[in-house]
Write a protein of this length. Structure first.
Lengths: 444, 618
């Protein structure tokens, strides 16, 4: 076998200065680059998958796929020295896009025989762009509430905020001033025109553990929860299924520069989910130690740590809270009923279903709807998915709780269109091949 | 064409299917069809026996060396449930690890004493229960992640699971130490009125007969313990409604104390058990007939009974297990054809594979009917389906080229995937219920089926490449025409694979968007499928760009085998992500070995043509 090394499509070589500026374009549009980029894509997807065992899904995604460069190292300590540099997902995505566009601008000529390839490439472009816009514009959050409760907001998975609540003119509502995640750093000064004071962030821990103060004196400088509890900073976690719980120490500073009190804030108290975890943990430890009435004691502690932290400035009452970042919506959902079915004689879940009532005062809409696995609710630009599917969890008042994953993705339709276009393109192209092949074969 | 050949092929296939028909005196055939519920699934007693035996003994039946006969699964489970002390002496547990055998002081291989060094009875293992429990606790506490556990740890945990399962089975019909269930039931019913009266007196603070009270309490504790074993559910519901469900015997007996009527099924099972224990085959068959008549009289049980009968038929047929030898025979015939060029061998192989394919298809469709699901619902069925798709593709290729290559691919992939399926079945029930997240026939029918066809076609391309490399490198039989036809086949199949793996993968994305709100989540299984798509696209572009020719195409296609295996099994071994519903670790070595062999083959494929036996002369 001899391998001839002539390119499939010989093009007349331009000469002179034209050739010089054409060279980068030629490289950019070459099939060779396509193959190299595909090979690197395979490598980065592979190593990005391996990295998930250590980094967890979220961090591995950020490191390998939402990046321009990445370096992979093996798990085992003996092999740590091995470092494999890789191009990141963004870089590969942009280069593949450029390669594709350049190829179509320079060497690709449309013929009906190649219509399938054309369609396929258009679809691929749509998919790449769709993934990019999703990365840029999509927001994932969640909604967690118990039967009978209502929510007009969703909460961020990772992001937290420090919020100040005051009574609004309309008594049924709160007025909220929230400082989002990017502002939360040790030493930061938080202020807002509507507030007659500012907040000084003395300390901020992205992850923390709550502890009862052994020495009551150490908490004397605090008002509120900080008198009894201390929130110790611990390293951030990236594992699947575990969550960072931030805490902060905040000094309220009046316009005259005088301190109006020091407060300990924590998501352990501001996030109902976490308060539930604390309750169960405390109850177990009381049970283990054989202390009397563990339920009551744990409940009392939780009530203590979640007690509202309120202060007054200029005749107005403010509540301070550190909690998962909230995104408010102009409508609310009321959880009517949670249904949890298992297969007979087992704990294996069969169905998890929530019935909610949508209440939208702006449009006057008021109706009930079921949300369950593979049957999300799309409403108001959001999509609500039934999230937890393991066991039915209860809140502190023993009411069944449901969790929705809530996604806002304005470009959610692009992958659908891209998929159809690519699928069609491949089908057309390979059908052309197949028909050609069958024609060439002599009749048997 | 010789007309007798196809007929002969079919006869061979049918021979492979004929199963043993030992007829013991108790009617185990009828017992096999009795419907029960286990692991949330309605199934015949036969399936419970088979799926339990395959887990604890790695076989669907039990060979007793002393009695020199094979016990079918139903006979074994009848013994476990109704005469446990006899079952306890049967060597039903497979123990392979030498350290485990020595830790439990189990006898070594000794033919004259009837010890094979692999299978042991409950009675032989029972002195070591405490040791097993202590070790298991240590392993579970110190090595939480399954990947940290070594072979010994895994074997020990497996044995512990097998013993637990066996315990559950022993307490199915009645508490395991019951000697005469019929008599016990009578005594129990007689003990209830005085016992309940005594209980009332005790509650009211009056004097009460301690004897009657304690007798009832003893029964209650007994049935509570048996009911708490998570035994299979054998008491069918009476009447129709959402509240009415299958129950365990223990539960039914306990509710009887609370004044609920005793379900007739309990009485039937008591009669069965007592007759069985007394080796009264006639009485047993009569009781079985009465129970069957009772079940038939319950209209709400009609679907369960019908499904149980169908499933027993399917178990007897064992379509996948029985087609394996046919694929092997066909592969050998293809080899004969290649070395001797006897067209008859090729034709016979064609008809054999076609016959096996028909049975493979029947099995697949029957499974779908049983489950009421599309063909692929778990790892096991994906193996069956990949095999089916590969055989279909191989047959199509053979119809076009008639050079034995399609047949070689069909028979080898058919056999290999069925072997993989057989080993996956060691995990237990292959018809198990689906996780809630997968519970949608639409996406199972589209995404899963198409992506699995993508796997199958990538494997077919890879195996075609193996044929090219092996024949070209090691034999002088790869002539230019065959080489060219192989290259065209591989190219065509890669196109096909690109289409299916792409469409399948993005359909998965759409499913994910529908159920979790993200089109692409970089989950390991998703990434594995994406790598297959990218790899196939790479092959096509490398070929269009003239970067690879015939041999390069073959080397890339062989690597495709690695890529597909990684996606199919490797990602499940990572043990993370939403798709890791089928973790198995023993397969890790096999996967590693396969990957190495493919790498070696591709490396050899890079040798210059003068070192290839087929190309040397040219």
């Amino acid at each position: 076998m001899s391998a001839k090394s002539s390119p499939t499509r010989p093009t007349p070589e331009p000469t002179g200065p034209v050739a010089l500026w054409r060279l980068p374009l030629k490289v950019l549009s070459s099939l060779r680059l396509t193959v190299v980029l595909l090979a690197f894509s395979i490598a980065v997807v592979f190593f990005g998958t391996l990295a998930q065992t250590e980094d967890g899904l979220y961090l591995a995604q950020a490191k390998y796929f939402r990046s321009y460069w990445a370096v992979w190292s093996p798990h085992a300590p003996d092999w740590r020295w091995l470092k494999i540099p890789l191009p990141g997902g963004y870089l590969l995505g942009f280069l593949l896009l450029a390669n594709l566009l350049a190829a179509h601008l320079t060497r690709f000529q449309f013929t009906w025989k190649k219509s399938g390839i054309f369609l396929t490439h258009i679809g691929i472009i749509l998919l790449l762009i769709g993934q990019l816009t999703t990365d840029m514009f999509a927001r994932e959050s969640r909604m967690r509430f118990a039967e009978g409760e209502f929510r007009n907001y969703t909460e961020g998975f990772q992001e937290s905020e420090i919020a100040l609540l005051t009574d609004a003119p309309d008594a049924s509502m709160d007025q909220v001033v929230a400082f989002p995640q990017p502002l939360l750093r040790s030493g930061a000064e938080l202020q807002n025109a509507s507030l007659p004071f500012r907040l000084r962030l003395v300390d901020y821990h992205p992850n923390s553990d709550p502890e009862l103060r052994n020495d009551p004196k150490s908490g004397e400088q605090f008002s509120g929860v900080g008198r009894e509890f201390e929130f110790k900073g611990i390293p951030e976690t990236h594992e699947m299924g575990s969550k960072n719980v931030p805490s902060a120490v905040v000094e309220v500073v009046g316009t005259d520069g005088k301190s109006l009190g020091r407060w300990a804030l924590s998501s352990w108290a501001g996030d109902a989910d976490m308060a539930n975890v604390l309750f169960v943990g405390w109850m177990r430890s009381f049970q283990k130690r054989g202390d009397g009435s563990p339920f009551v004691r744990a409940r009392r502690l939780v009530d203590q740590i979640t007690a509202p932290q309120i202060f007054e400035v200029g005749g107005k009452r403010y509540t301070l809270v550190l909690r998962p970042e909230r995104y408010y919506e102009p409508f609310s959902l009321i959880l009517q009923r949670v249904t949890h079915e298992v297969y007979p004689g087992t704990d294996v879940p069969k169905n998890f279903q929530s019935r909610v009532r949508i209440d939208n005062p702006a449009t006057g809409e008021n109706r009930e709807v079921d949300i369950y696995m593979n049957n999300p609710l799309r409403y108001g630009g959001l999509t609500f998915f039934q999230h937890q599917m393991d066991s039915s969890s209860m809140n502190l008042d023993n009411k069944p709780v449901t969790v929705f994953q809530v996604v806002r993705n304005p470009t959610w339709l692009t992958p659908y269109i891209g998929t159809i276009v690519v699928g069609l393109g491949l089908l057309v192209q390979f059908s052309i091949h197949l028909v050609g092949f069958l024609r060439k074969r002599p009749a048997r | 064409m010789n007309r007798s050949l196809p007929l002969f092929g079919f006869l061979l296939v049918l021979l492979g299917l004929s199963s043993h028909a030992a007829d013991p005196v108790p009617d185990f055939g009828a017992l096999a069809r009795v419907p029960i519920v286990f692991n949330g699934r309605h199934q015949p007693l036969d399936s419970l026996g088979r799926n339990s035996l395959i887990q604890i003994r790695h076989r669907y039946s039990l060979y007793d060396a002393k009695e020199k006969r094979t016990l079918p699964a139903t006979e074994w489970i009848a013994e476990v449930m109704m005469r446990p002390e006899a079952a306890d002496a049967r060597k039903a547990f497979r123990v392979d690890h030498p350290d485990l055998i020595s830790m439990l002081r189990l006898p070594a291989k000794n033919e004259s004493l009837g010890e094979d060094g692999k299978h042991y009875s409950w009675n032989q293992i029972s002195p070591g229960f405490k040791e097993i429990e202590d070790q298991a606790k240590r392993i579970l506490a110190t090595k939480k992640d399954a990947s940290q556990r070594d072979a010994f740890d895994q074997e020990l945990l497996k044995l512990r699971n097998a013993l637990t399962l066996y315990m559950r089975l022993k307490n199915t019909v009645h508490p395991q130490d019951t000697t005469d269930f019929e008599a016990e039931l009578k005594a129990f019913e007689a003990a209830i009125p005085p016992g309940v009266a005594a209980l009332r007196d005790q509650q009211a603070g009056r004097a009460y007969p301690t004897n009657a009270f304690e007798t009832l309490l003893r029964y209650a504790n007994r049935y509570d313990a048996a009911g708490g074993m998570e035994a299979p559910l054998i008491i069918p519901p009476e009447g129709i409604g959402p509240q009415v469900a299958w129950r365990r015997t223990g539960e039914a007996l306990l509710s009887h104390i609370r004044n609920e009527p005793l379900p007739p099924a309990v009485g039937h099972w008591a009669a069965l058990s007592t007759a069985f224990r007394n080796s009264d085959a006639t009485g047993f068959n009569a009781a079985l007939g009465r129970y069957d008549a009772f079940l038939a009289s319950q209209r709400q049980l009609a679907p369960d009974r019908a499904k149980a009968s169908r499933e027993v038929f399917f178990n007897r047929l064992s379509p996948f297990y029985n087609t394996m030898p046919v694929y092997v025979a066909a592969f050998l015939l293809v080899c004969v054809y290649w070395f001797r060029f006897t067209e008859g061998a090729r034709k016979l192989a064609w008809w054999l594979i076609l016959g096996a394919f028909v049975i493979h298809t029947v099995g697949l469709v029957f499974r779908m009917w049983l489950e009421g699901r599309p063909p692929v619902t778990n790892l096991y069925s994906s193996a069956i389906f990949i095999g089916w798709g590969s055989v279909a593709l191989g047959l199509i290729l053979e119809r076009f080229w008639r050079n034995g290559i399609g047949l070689a691919v069909a028979s080898s992939l058919g056999f290999v995937t069925l072997i993989i399926a057989h080993n996956l079945a060691l995990g237990g029930d292959t018809l198990q219920m689906l996780q809630a997240v997968l519970d949608t026939n639409f996406w199972l029918a589209t995404h899963v089926v198409i992506v699995t066809l993508g796997y199958a076609s990538t494997y077919v391309a890879g195996f075609l490449a193996i044929i090219y490399l092996v024949r070209g490198l090691f034999t002088s039989g790869l002539d230019a025409a065959t080489a060219k036809s192989l290259a065209r086949m591989v190219y065509g199949i890669v196109c096909f694979a690109t289409l299916f793996s792409f469409v399948g993968t993005v359909l998965g994305g759409i499913w994910a968007d529908q159920s979790w709100g993200r089109f692409w989540g970089w989950d390991p299984k998703e990434n594995g499928a994406l790598i297959i798509v990218l790899w196939n696209a790479l092959i096509l572009h490398a070929r269009w760009g003239g970067m690879v020719r015939e041999r390069g195409l073959m080397n890339l296609a062989v690597i495709g085998n690695i890529v597909t295996s990684w996606s199919w099994f490797g990602t499940n071994m990572l043990g993370i992500g939403l798709h890791s519903y089928g973790f198995m670790s023993g397969a890790f070595l096999w996967l590693g070995g396969f990957i190495l062999s493919q790498l070696a083959l591709a490396a050899l494929g890079c040798l210059p043509p003068r070192l290839w036996r087929s190309f040397r002369a040219a």
